[in-house]
Design a protein around this ligand. Structure first.
Ligand code: 13P
Length: 239
């Protein structure tokens, strides 16, 4: 049985007043068999650590400590109450110049600290239009996944860059084909492969019905309980 995971990524959103949304999401998560993960801003992790939801950070440094002003290490996130960390999000790859090798180093650091690494991959719009999607994903997978990645230590999130925050998604057939392609290249076929990019209460049931989709990595719709809980429920009800 593969893991089934509804994961939220709050990105650079959320102050302490927004913990009420996290609390409502955690309460709903308690009644579900699927896993619910929340990638909070690091400033909120400690305050949410007693909630019944799996908490995570959104990035970590590859080193456990040192003179890296402004950065956070995987052991620091674990100490605050995180159980996972997102690495290689397309926003980090694009805006912070993170390479596949840097992402793999971060994933190794996460795993060394006992955190699950949620490793993100995805093609840009130009790559999609140019028919290069599978080639790009194959390169990102081989470059970003640490050797020996397992279903326990690793989650892969397929997030087409052009689908993030745009309201656009690939067709269900495209998503399924890409997920099957990804699964064929995983060191452990049981690693959960999540889809991310404009997941909403309206499209979640369709996306989660696909054979090789094990859940979602959700941005905007994860910020509010009223939009994230229906997505969690759609995963619970799928297949
Ligand atoms: P949206 O759900 O807002 O498109 O964001 C997806 C994402 O980047 C999650 O990591």
């Amino acid at each position: 049985m593969r893991r089934r995971i509804a994961a939220g990524n709050w990105k650079m959103n959320g102050v302490s007043a927004d913990l009420r949304e996290a609390r409502a999401i955690a309460q709903a998560a308690q009644g579900l068999a699927v896993e619910t993960l929340l990638g909070l801003p690091a400033t909120l992790i400690m305050a949410a650590r007693d909630m019944s939801v799996t908490l995570g950070g959104q990035d970590c440094h590859a080193e456990p400590k040192g003179a890296f002003t402004g950065d956070l290490s995987a052991p620091m996130l674990a100490d605050a109450g995180a159980q996972f960390v997102i690495v290689g999000h397309s926003e980090r790859r694009a805006l912070h110049g993170e390479t596949d090798a840097a992402v793999a180093a971060k994933a190794r650091a996460a795993q060394a600290a006992g955190l699950t690494a949620v490793i993100c991959i995805g093609e840009t719009e130009a790559q999609y239009r140019g028919g290069a999607t599978l080639e790009v994903l194959a390169a990102q997978l081989s470059g970003s996944l640490p050797a020996g990645a397992t279903a326990e230590s690793t989650i892969v999130a397929y997030e087409p860059v052009w689908a993030i925050g745009t309201g656009l998604t690939p067709t269900p057939d495209e998503i399924q084909a890409v997920h099957a392609f990804i699964r064929d290249r995983l060191p452990d076929r049981d690693i959960a492969v999540l889809y991310g990019g404009s997941v909403s209460p309206a499209n979640a049931a369709t996306i989660f019905s696909l054979a090789d989709v094990d859940g979602g990595l959700v941005g905007g719709a994860s910020l509010k309980a009223e939009t994230f809980i229906p997505i969690m429920q759609a995963l619970e009800d799928a297949r």
